[in-house]
Every structure is written in C-alpha cells, then in structure tokens.
Ligand binder design. Structure first.
Ligand code: VG1
Ligand code: CO
Length: 559
C-alpha cells in the first residue's frame, strides 16, 4: 500500500520561471519546502493535453552541480505523491540538457525535469536551477511556466511518500511504492544518436590523418559534457587524451564559471593560441552551449549558425537525408543567418530570446537549424540547443572542406563565408548584478522614446535611426503573443542596437546590450570585432544612457 502523506506548506515569493526555468542561489532552494513547492507545482502544471502527472513517465537529470543529490530524492518522493509511473534518471543524476531532450523524445516520455542553472557557477554559495521540458523534449512554453508560477503562489499542501533514498550511483531499475525508477547511463543513447546524424568515419579519417596533424582541444569546463565529450572525441573519433581538458563533472565546476566564451574559457583560448591548436571548443555546465575557435580565429555564435546552415546539406548526413526546412534565430542574434536563408530560399523566423520559442516551429516541420548569439546552436534533432552537436557540425564542415581544399583552417572558413555573404559584426555587452530598479528605469525611458517615436530620424555619430520598437512575437503555430522582448533601435544602414534585461540571472539585474553592423566591404572583413563596432557602441551608450543608470563604466563581460 502506498503511504502518501500530506504536509502543510506556504507559498514562496518569486518562483517565476525565467528564460530557462527557475534559477536561484542554492541557499534559496535549501529553504524548507522551497524546492518541494516548486517541484510539486511543476507536477500539477503538466497539461492534461500532455497526459498530466498521473501515470506519467518523466526523464530526470542535470549537470551534476551541488545540491543535485538532494533534489533527486525530493523528486522521487513528490512523484509518488503525484502518481507518476516512471522516472528515467541518468546515473548519478547526470544528463546533459540536449541528452535529456533526446531521452524524452526517444522514450516518448511525458516530459522531463532538468536540474541545472546552466552556465551559472555552482557550489553551496552559487546557483541551482530547475526547469520542465515537455513531451516534444523542449522547454515548457510560457503557458505552462505561467501556470507553474500561479500554482506556487497558492500552494497549501505537499503530497509525498516517505521512502528511503534511491541509490542513483548504480545502473538499475528500482520499484518504489508503485514508482519505477530506472537509472541509466546518460551518455550511451546520446552518443548512439550522434552517430546517426554525423559521418563519424569521415570525421575520424580527417582528424587522425597524418598522425593527428589537425590538432583539436575540447574543454568540458568541469560541467556535464565531460563524459560525453571524452566518449565522442577520444572513444569514437580516435583523438589522443591530450585533446580533452576539464572533462570531470564537478559539483562546483572546479570553482570556475562554466560559460564557454572568451572570458570564462580563457584557459582553452590560451592553450589553443600557445600550443597552436587548429580547433578548440568548449561547452557550458549543462552542455547546451558551445564556443568554437580556431588558431587565431573566434567564431561568433551568430556566424556559427549561419555557416552550419550554409554547409548543412553538403557536410552533414542528417540534413542530406532530411533536407533543411527553414532557419530561425533569436531576435538579438546577428542577421548573418537571414542572408543564408535568403540565398537558399528558405523560410526564416526571428523569435524572442530563449530556446522554447523554436520548439513549435520545429514540431511543425518549419525549422531545421537555429541559433542564438549566446553560444547556442542546434537543430530539430532535439528540442534544446546542443553544444556537442555544434562541435561535431564544425568538425564535419572542416572535414568536408578539407577533402577538396587541404589545409583549410577555421579562419579560412570564416573568410570564405564573408566573401559570399558579407560580414555581420556583432557583440554583446553584459552588465551583471546592477541595481534592478535603475535598470528598469533605463528601460522605461527607452520604451517611452519608442512610444513617442522621438528617436526616429535623429542621427547619432553618423547613424540615422530608421525605426525603434520593443520586440513582440506572434507564434505562427499557436498564435500566442510574447511582448516586450527587447528594445530595438534600427538604423538606416541596417545596423542595430538591442537592449534587454536577462531572464536567467539569480541576483540583481543583468543588462544586455547587443550591437550589430553589416559590411560588404572586403577590406573590412579581417577587422577586429570591437574595433569595427566601437562607433556603434558609443552610439548605444549615448542613446541608452547606460553609464548614468547603471553606474558602470565598463561591462562585466564582452562576447
Ligand atoms: C540567456 C541567453 C539566452 C539563452 C538563455 C538560456 O538568457 O541570453 O539566449 O537562451 O540564457 O541559456 P537571458 O534571459 O539571461 O539573456 V542556458 O545555456 O543558460 O540554458
Ligand atoms: Co546551458
């Protein structure tokens, strides 16, 4: 007999999921019933159209960060309370975000609970996160996250079962009070799936040719992709052990910030430069982001998705077979991808920030490849961005171009792309943990200027404003509308500045400023990004009055 208990609880403020789930300090999640309330709200919010929690099969796992173990046990106890049938959990709770998305789809699960704060630092003093993914394997849409939030505001009672802790370190199928808990190797299925998407033989042949002349370095940043990356690059593609670094998932990511960009992955960047690697790549804490670099080359994520789209049908078997049905990017991402869509005559979409907006398009068969400027690249093979998929895509492209033009470098691939399409210079400035109220005031002022159209027609530093708006998106599949997704100032020459507040931070506000300038002057293609963009950045600072409002002379991170 299942012994369900009920315990009184009271709501916590602020359990509103952001761009990608609820992210807070570990200390916040550790408050009595804080995590329990949120997990039960998720279970109650699973839509009936998706089957609801009763009888559900849920995939559960995360990036191995501190506090994961406790939360896994909480999910077990509350799942029994909600009548869930089965949990499929990665060994030690380890599942990368894209691997979890794949498992949900492969097992035709009801959904999944992902335990990660992605690239945010981990450990007792840092962040934890929880998000819900739907049966399509993608992050829950706003209709569901809104419902979760509503439930957290009125929750009164927890329903749970007092059962002994499950041992997640052993691959086994456990039966606990009517709940099946299947602990699996979270790497196997993902690696098998990648083998159906890419031509591993071709990549291996290219990488191992002439005694591994083409030198690769992958940085797992002590996040979840370590075991996946090691298995793929060393196990499957035959690279030496020295081709991978930081591949051990650690609860605090070794004290580092597991965010693959030039600032936080500087160890990788330095080694690629000093030891003359041809190719370097890194992934974030939960494995959905990626950074691609070459020797003296940085591939901005906006260019990366455009280049992958350009070569997809030639270089990647999955797209050779399925074709490419359409392309999409998040609004702040540069317009390099738009140019590829135009050239290939493909349907194209611009969606708000956050991967959840791509899911509907993919489910409807209208988007095959998509990306975000925030080091997110992916395709309809899963419903999350996928860091290792992007790395394998790049290795496929390099193998492909080198088969006809030997010694083609990452920098050569970039320059060849610019020659065809022109170059979209792009950069993002992040101002982290600024005063929330002042940040709101800055955005309000800009919104007012949009409303009164007071900027239109004015010239700043040689750039004349053509149009201003606060981006709004009408989902063409379910007709839902997402408003106020970012302030845009678009200039007559097509250059843009975008300002929005982050929805993933756990403390204070983070202001993101995005600038983009297009050039089809070949003499400018080799220019350094910051140099090319400086005049526009000055304009952005003038228009936004960012220094005055945030009190920050310099951004925290430039990407
Ligand atoms: C950021 C990025 C966004 C990304 C999101 C989740 O959101 O800008 O592009 O989808 O993080 O990525 P925001 O609201 O902070 O700008 V991850 O790897 O943290 O799941
Ligand atoms: Co991530």
């Amino acid at each position: 007999m299942v012994s369900i208990q009920t315990t009184a609880t009271t709501p916590f403020e602020g359990q509103k999921p952001g761009t990608s789930g609820l992210r807070k300090r570990v200390k916040v999640f550790q408050q009595k019933n804080y995590t329990e309330n949120f997990v039960q709200a998720i279970l109650e919010a699973i839509p009936q159209s998706e089957g609801g929690a009763k009888g559900a099969t849920l995939v559960v796992g995360g990036d191995g960060r501190y506090y994961l173990d406790e939360v896994l046990q909480i999910i077990v106890r509350l799942s029994i309370g909600a009548g869930v049938s089965k949990l499929i959990v990665g060994k030690n709770g380890i599942l990368s975000t894209p691997a979890a998305s794949h498992l949900i789809r492969k097992n035709k699960a009801t959904g999944g609970i992902l335990l990660t704060a992605s690239h945010n630092p981990g450990g007792p003093e840092n962040d934890f996160g929880i998000k819900y993914n739907m049966s399509n394997g993608g992050p829950a849409p706003e209709s569901v996250t809104d419902k979760i939030y509503e439930i957290t505001k009125t929750i009164k009672e927890l329903r749970w079962a007092d059962v002994p802790a499950v041992d997640f370190s052993k691959i086994a199928t456990n039966q606990i009070e009517g709940l099946t808990v299947q602990v699996i190797d979270g790497v196997d299925d993902y690696v098998d799936y990648m083998k159906t998407i890419f031509d591993f033989d071709a990549i291996r042949a290219f990488l191992t040719k002439d005694d591994n002349k083409f030198k690769v370095l992958f940085d797992g940043m002590n996040g979840v992709t370590g075991p996946y990356g090691h298995r793929l690059f060393v196990g499957e593609l035959g690279l030496p052990e020295s081709s991978v670094m930081r591949c051990q998932p650690l609860p605090d990511f070794g004290g580092a910030h597991p965010d693959p960009n030039l600032t936080y992955a500087h160890d990788l960047v330095e080694r690629v430069d000093k030891e003359k690697y041809d190719f370097g790549a890194a992934s974030d804490g939960d494995g959905d982001r990626n950074m691609i670099i070459g020797y003296k080359a940085f591939v901005t994520p906006s260019d990366s998705v455009a280049i992958i789209a350009h070569y997809a049908k030639e270089a990647i078997p999955y797209f050779k077979k399925n074709g490419v049905n359409g392309l999409a990017r998040s609004m702040p991402t540069s317009q390099a991808l738009d140019l590829v869509a135009k050239k290939q005559n493909l349907e194209f979409f611009e969606v708000p920030t956050g991967w959840k907006f791509f899911g509907n398009l993919m489910d409807a068969g209208r988007c095959s490849i998509c990306g975000e400027e925030s080091f997110g690249t992916g395709s309809d093979h899963v419903r999350e961005k996928d860091g290792l998929w992007a790395v394998l895509s790049w290795l496929s492209i390099l193998a492909h171009v080198n088969s006809t033009r030997p010694n083609t470098s990452v920098q050569d691939v970039l320059q060849a792309h610019y020659k065809i399409y022109g170059r979209n210079f792009f950069s993002r400035y992040d101002y982290e943990e600024v005063d929330g109220q002042r940040a709101d005031e800055m955005v309000s002022r800009l919104r007012q200027q949009i409303e009164t159209k007071s900027l239109v027609g004015k010239t700043f530093g040689g750039f004349t404003v053509a149009k201003t708006d606060d981006f709004s998106y009408l989902d063409p599949i379910d007709q839902s509308v997402s408003k106020k997704q970012g302030v845009r100032v678009i200039f007559e020459d097509g250059s843009r500045i975008v300002i929005r507040l982050s929805g993933t931070g756990s403390q204070g506000a983070t202001v993101r400023l995005y600038v983009e300038k297009y050039s089809n002057n070949p003499e400018e293609y080799p220019l350094e990004t910051q140099k090319a963009l400086q005049p526009l950045i000055d304009v952005a600072l003038e228009i936004s009055q960012l220094v005055k409002y945030t009190g920050r002379e310099e951004p925290t991170v430039i990407t």
